[in-house]
Design a protein around this ligand. Structure first.
Ligand code: CTP
Ligand code: CA
Length: 228
């Protein structure tokens, strides 16, 4: 291959990346969310585009600009994120890095909920669709390579291995999101790459942009059989 193809091994491939948190409305002024900054997913989308892939980034609400050459589709809820992902198919590569809310309020109030002095308050939650599992088990358009993330605070490797099986994806990037690790909102990430039939690879702590580049290099090696 010539030099241009060597640096852009994913030319001709389509990639889908999910990123950011979801916001699940409670009433017109409130929502359930989480601490995802979107940084890791935006870095992955940028690295995939640099490697030549046509990238769709389905993103929850974050304070980041879309990377150059990436088509960003902004969504708010998990249900919207799933629909946007379905609409982006078929793709060769899917990377689910979003911190999708596991639940949404079962009822969304049309009016602002008023407090009642001295009373506790509870919100009933319904389970959200699992986007990673849906893509991994897609009946018509399963991407060639489906990669998930696993944010864990307990025993990250064990939990992530179980997740790989449960969700049916090909790879899992496991990261320890214990509060002292500073992953959420931070610039660095410490991850372990889990792949079927291969020993886990613990990567040294690195900037999220470096983790993204290394992940994309592994993807190119796997799909194109090429180092770049
Ligand atoms: N994920 C998803 N849709 C969901 C929940 C999770 O696509 N509704 C994806 C995430 O983007 C990530 C992977 O699944 O790639 C693992 O997410 P995680 O929250 O760690 O796993 P869960 O299956 O939700 O389990 P739990 O939060 O209970 O550990
Ligand atoms: Ca979850």
């Amino acid at each position: 291959l010539d030099g241009a193809n060597r640096s852009q091994p994913l030319v001709g491939m389509r990639a889908l990346v999910t990123g950011g948190p979801t916001h699940e409305p409670i009433d017109p002024v409130r929502f359930l969310a989480n601490r995802s900054s979107g940084r890791q997913s935006y870095a992955i989308a940028a690295a995939l585009a640099e490697a030549g892939a046509a990238v769709t980034l389905v993103s929850g609400p974050v304070a980041l600009s879309p990377p150059a050459g990436v088509e960003r589709i902004g969504v708010t809820t998990a249900v919207e994120m799933l629909a946007a992902c379905e609409a982006a198919l078929p793709v060769d590569i899917a990377i689910c890095a979003a911190a999708v809310g596991d639940w949404r309020p079962l009822h969304v109030d049309a009016m602002k909920i008023k407090k009642v002095a001295g009373k506790t308050m509870s919100i009933e939650l319904a389970e959200n669709p699992d986007i990673l599992a849906s893509l991994s088990r897609h009946p018509q358009s399963r991407p060639r390579l489906v990669v998930g993330f696993a944010a864990e605070t307990g025993d990250p490797l064990r939990e992530a291995m179980a997740k790989l099986e449960r969700k049916g994806c090909d790879w899992i990037v496991a990261n320890d999101v214990s509060p002292n690790q500073g992953v959420f909102g931070g610039l660095n990430n410490t991850v372990t790459l889990l792949r079927r039939d291969r020993p886990p690879e613990a990567w040294p702590t690195a900037e999220k942009t470096s983790v993204a580049k290394r992940l994309v290099a592994e993807i190119a090696l796997d799909l194109v059989g090429e180092d770049f």
